[in-house]
Design a protein around this ligand. Sequence first.
Ligand code: HEC
Length: 120
Amino acid sequence: MCGGDDGHGKLYAVPGRRHLTFLPLILVAALAGCGDSGLSPEAQRGKNVYLSQCTSCHAADPSQPGAVGPEVKGASRQLLEAKVLKGTYPPGYTPKRRTSAMLPQPQVAGDIPALAEYLK
Ligand code: HEC
């Protein structure tokens, strides 16, 4: 019986070489404030109104469906007046949705032409 005692538990304390590479993250937020130079002043104003009043439900890009509301690109002035001011639709217009979740937004009454200019 060879009771070999090999109990020399060696703890190899490997020096923790942590290769931490710090990659500088350069986030250039260059998207704000530029572009859209093609918009007329009226359309730009409409865009500002749209972004501040409508994008809680509609997408920031009006050609896309939003969180709640449908796409509104191409909405005519008549449609905007009816839907945004009164919650109705122009005669003969087929709504994109049958719901009436959107409350009238009378605060933008003076901005309908600008909105129409932006969305057209
Ligand atoms: C509370 C969320 C909400 C807000 C804010 C909102 N909308 Fe809407 N909108 C909707 C929903 C939902 C519909 C779909 C019909 C419905 O349920 O009323 C809609 C429908 C529309 C339509 C009709 C689309 C079609 O062709 O059938 C237009 C145009 C429109 N919205 C424009 C606007 C504009 C412009 C603003 C900002 C002044 C605005 N909406 C603000 C939710 C909203």
